[in-house]
Write a new protein. Structure first.
Length: 545
């Protein structure tokens, strides 16, 4: 094939790659070099390392697979569920607690005085108690209800009821008036856990957004590496064709043998570049697979990924001010630190509450009842004159009739003299909150700078693409011109090789500029919604979140 014809064929392949619409058949043909030299063995080895199946992959399909199978997202999806359980655990503190107790006992006591009621006193008793406690979320108080019952039988001569049944019912309410009234450790834990649950949703949203951005970047990186591999394959074919043409010219005496060595040296360098491009393509493919696969048993693990979506390089109008406002409203790292600041406010309120005196109001109301078989004796310790039958129901009737009520009201005050550790912790927490507020303002400024810089990068890269396109077209025209001159003996082997290098470099620069443009658009969109690095905002002390 004359060199001019080979150059024109190579230019057509490059043009197809640059517009991003290469077909599967045409792309496959680019992997087969025409040189029977070392390139055959290199590409045969690379072919043997490639997967058997070839899968055409669109960007939307890649994102869909990542959302369904990405392991980072799978791990992050469990955190909201874990926080739901922690929230349920915190809420369980305000559920009523029921306690019951049953005790049976028997005791035989020797007599030491006449008032012991006999020489040998035997007493059998059984106790059944139950209580229920209900903490109150509002005000930090608690309601306690108890019902206690006991049965006692004894040989004591002084007993009036044998067996004796006693039943008491008590209701009490304790209410903190200062410390613990507005907030306490339990309500703090409940509020902080609820906010942490919201933060877990924010983190999941950030993970999804970041993963989508990573998939997009990896997709276009693979797209670039595939196109770059085709460019290097084209450069090798041109170099091999030049070697063959030079051999023909040496045989007919129009070139010196040293021109073959120069062409062969260039072809060897192109083979090295092709091998590096092959390695880059495989590395980019693995980077994309890491984001799309759930494991090595995934069907895509053994497939060769072929990104088929063309890059979009249409001019994009950017409203930087609107983008900054969107970022401040929607960025997950900004939302996260604002929620963390809410936790700080809760912890500061708790620490401030801990500096107050403990003043608790406790009210108790109690009813008692006595029942059983009653013995009316003629004298103290004397013989029984009258027996009045009775039982446990007598004690219950007295409770219902409120025969023996009792109530108490008390105020309990506890106050630490002098400055205590709680006051020091509260002062420290207030300073930390002020520091955090400054950090949030710093983060908001950083967000505005990042978004603005990303917008500037898009404009700059778009200019780069225009310049790279012109440079590639000029390098294409220069190679064609040098080829025409070489055909008629007006150019040398050196200028042909140099023109081939310039074209290959210009093609790669243009491809890289197009890739950078796609990644800049992705980064601009990501910076308005999320950030890969969480802001270093700490939570002040005040209890375990």
């Amino acid at each position: 094939m004359p060199i001019k014809k080979a150059l024109l064929a190579g230019m057509r392949i490059t043009a197809i790659l640059l517009v991003g619409s290469v077909s599967g058949t045409a792309a496959q043909s680019l992997y087969v070099p025409r040189s029977p030299l070392l390139a055959d063995s290199i590409l045969e080895l690379s072919q043997s390392m490639r997967p058997r199946t070839r899968l055409d992959l669109t960007l939307s399909k890649a994102i869909e697979r990542a959302l369904d199978r990405n392991l980072d997202i799978a791990v992050e999806r469990l955190n909201p569920q874990l926080l739901d359980l922690s929230l349920a655990q915190a809420q369980s503190f305000y559920r009523p607690t029921l306690r019951t107790n049953f005790t049976g006992a028997s005791r035989t006591s020797p007599s030491s005085t006449q008032l012991d009621g006999g020489v040998r006193v035997e007493t059998d008793s059984s106790v059944f108690n139950s209580s229920i406690r209900q903490p109150v979320n509002w005000g930090g108080g608690a309601v306690d209800l108890s019902w206690n019952n006991n049965r006692t039988s004894s040989t004591n001569a002084f007993t009036s009821f044998n067996p004796s049944f006693r039943s008491t019912f008590a209701a009490s309410y304790s209410q903190p008036l200062l410390r613990g009234f507005r907030i306490d450790s339990n309500r703090q834990r409940l509020k902080v856990t609820s906010i942490n649950r919201d933060i877990s949703d924010i983190d999941l949203e950030a993970t999804i957004a970041n993963t989508v951005a990573e998939v997009q970047s990896a997709y276009w990186e693979l797209r670039y590496s595939v196109a770059s591999l085709a460019v290097q394959q084209q450069a090798l074919e041109l170099a091999d064709q030049l070697v063959q043409d030079n051999r023909v010219r040496v045989e007919i005496g129009t070139l010196a043998p040293i021109d073959i060595l120069q062409a062969q040296s260039e072809a060897a360098a192109r083979r090295q570049t092709l091998a590096q491009a092959e390695q880059t393509q495989r590395t980019a493919e693995l980077a994309l697979k890491r984001l799309l696969l759930s494991g090595t048993d995934d069907e895509l693990w053994a497939a060769e990924l072929n990104p088929i979506d063309p890059p979009a390089i249409e001019p994009t109008r950017i409203d930087t001010e609107a983008a900054v406002r969107t970022a401040l409203d929607q960025r997950t790292d900004v939302s996260r630190v604002r929620r963390l600041q809410e936790i700080n406010d809760i912890n500061v309120r708790t620490l401030k509450n801990n500096t107050l005196p403990a003043l608790d109001l406790v009210g108790t109301y109690q009813l008692a009842g006595q029942g059983g078989t009653k013995f009316l004796r003629q004298s103290l310790g004397g013989t029984v004159g009258t027996i009045i039958p009775g039982g446990f129901s007598d004690a219950i009737d007295q409770l219902v009739d409120v025969d023996f009520p009792a109530w108490t009201i008390q105020l309990n005050l506890t106050y630490s003299l002098g400055q205590n550790a709680d006051e020091i912790a509260y002062t420290r927490a207030r300073l930390q909150v002020q520091q955090t507020e400054a950090q949030i303002r710093q983060l908001e400024l950083q967000v505005a700078l990042e978004v603005t810089n990303a917008a500037l990068q898009i404009d700059a890269i778009r200019t780069r693409i225009d310049a790279a396109t012109v440079a590639r077209e000029l390098a294409d025209q220069l190679l064609k011109a040098e080829g025409s001159k070489f055909e008629v003996g007006m150019s040398t082997n050196f200028f042909i090789v140099q023109a081939q290098r310039d074209l290959s470099a210009a093609q790669d620069v243009e491809l890289r500029a197009i890739l950078d443009y796609q990644k800049a658009l992705i980064e601009f969109d990501r910076l308005q919604r999320t950030s890969l690095n969480r802001a270093g905002i700490s939570v002040v002390g005040g209890g375990s979140p």
